[in-house]
Design a binder for this molecule. Structure first.
Ligand code: NAD
Length: 350
């Protein structure tokens, strides 16, 4: 009898510690890495994704297989579209969720010039659906992805969450800023605890084929010229995937308080906004040199002018994340990029 009482108490304790977490964009680059981490920390993870073809859906399916192999029964996946209210309501109807990491979105600055509607659907309508879901379920915390692109061409560096951000350079950036405003409104109206995270150029294993690390690595390994915009004068605060995931996990565990005090990002409601970056802007040409060494080949560089929508530099002030969530990035680019190249080669059997 005593043993079963003890087991019951232990079960109750585990239930309090184990969170049931919804991760949207679970088959995406950051979402998949987060699912693996949460499941390995003992949480029950529900992932959703519509597996769209913005880039090769096979990569998304491979990421899901990787999560399933590592997380086992701690992970459940449903294919659904959160921008479609009926599909979304249907796939989440029976789920008991306490926290949400909303990472699904239409990303990419350049593609927003070609297909603006995709951004309104996924990032605006989709974000609203997520807010409504959080309101109906009274979830403990909604953490959502914003982006460094909201800083546009701000000249003062490092970029701080207290800086004004009202000159987006792309529709993508505008939708991310709109998400922050919508979240602020829902925090005010319904007191839903929320945290917006402005990610700074994330890279690492299982990365995105539309982003620079993947494009350059693929081309250098094939001996093709790499397109370098803004004549190589671009600076990016490259942040390794493991550091980003650590930041998200730390935030998920501590919702902003609803006590009227000022939160990072300027709100007195239960809504905080943080930068998650590496706090080190890198010159693109320096990063190319690291990729060249990791690939064992020299790059043929094609210098090109600045592209519409791109920002010249990003540089994150991460003081608020360090103070409130103990965030401290641990992977410098000369460690992170070789790890990406190594993963890239093994994924492609090179
Ligand atoms: P990703 O494209 O790899 O992942 C996003 C996932 O969302 C994809 O798997 C996609 O299929 C899914 N998705 C899109 N629309 C959907 C819908 N309507 N319903 C269901 N699923 C949908 O991108 P990522 O790099 O993992 O980015 C994750 C988040 O972080 C995004 O919000 C992105 O804007 C933001 N962000 C990323 C970076 C970066 O450097 N990777 C930088 C800043 C911000």
């Amino acid at each position: 009898f005593e043993t079963s009482m003890l087991e019951k108490l232990l079960d109750r304790f585990r239930g309090m510690m184990t969170k049931r977490i919804l991760v949207t964009g679970a088959a995406g680059f950051i979402g998949a890495a987060l699912c693996v981490r949460l499941a390995s920390e003992g949480h029950r993870v529900f992932g959703i994704d519509n597996l769209n073809s913005y880039y090769d859906p096979q990569l998304k399916r491979d990421r899901l297989s990787e999560i399933e192999a590592i997380a086992g029964e701690a992970f459940t996946f449903s294919q659904c579209d959160f921008a479609d209210r009926a599909s979304f309501a249907n796939c989440l109807a029976d789920l008991d969720i306490s926290r949400i990491a909303h990472l699904g979105a239409q990303p990419g600055v350049r593609y927003s010039l070609e297909n603006p509607h995709a951004y309104i659907e996924a990032n605006i309508v989709g974000h609203l659906n997520m807010l409504e879901f959080a309101r109906e379920r009274q979830v403990e915390h909604l953490v959502y992805a914003s982006s460094s692109s909201v800083y546009g061409g701000n000249e003062k560096v490092p970029f701080s969450v207290d800086d004004r951000v009202d000159h987006p350079f792309s529709l993508y950036a505008a939708t991310k800023k709109a998400d922050e405003l919508m979240s602020e409104t829902y925090a005010h109206l319904y007191r839903i605890p929320q945290t917006g995270l402005r990610f700074f150029t994330v890279y690492g294993p299982w990365g995105r084929p539309d982003m620079m690390p993947w494009i350059f690595t693929a081309k250098i390994l094939r001996g093709e010229p790499i397109p370098v915009f803004n004549h190589g004068k671009m600076q990016r605060d490259f942040t390794f995937i493991d550091d980003i995931v650590s930041g998200i996990v730390a935030c998920l565990g501590s919702p902003p308080a609803d006590d009227g005090t000022l939160k990072p990002g300027g709100s007195t409601k239960p809504h905080a906004i943080y930068n998650i970056g590496n706090n080190r802007p890198e010159q693109l040409l320096d990063v190319i040199a690291i990729i060249e060494r990791a690939c064992g080949r020299k790059a043929e560089i094609e210098m090109l002018p600045m592209q519409k929508g791109d920002v010249p530099r990003t540089y994150a002030d991460i003081e608020a994340m360090e103070r409130d969530h103990g965030y401290s990035p641990t992977t410098p680019v000369d460690v992170g990029f070789p790890r990406f190249v190594e993963w890239f080669k093994s994924y492609h059997g090179i």
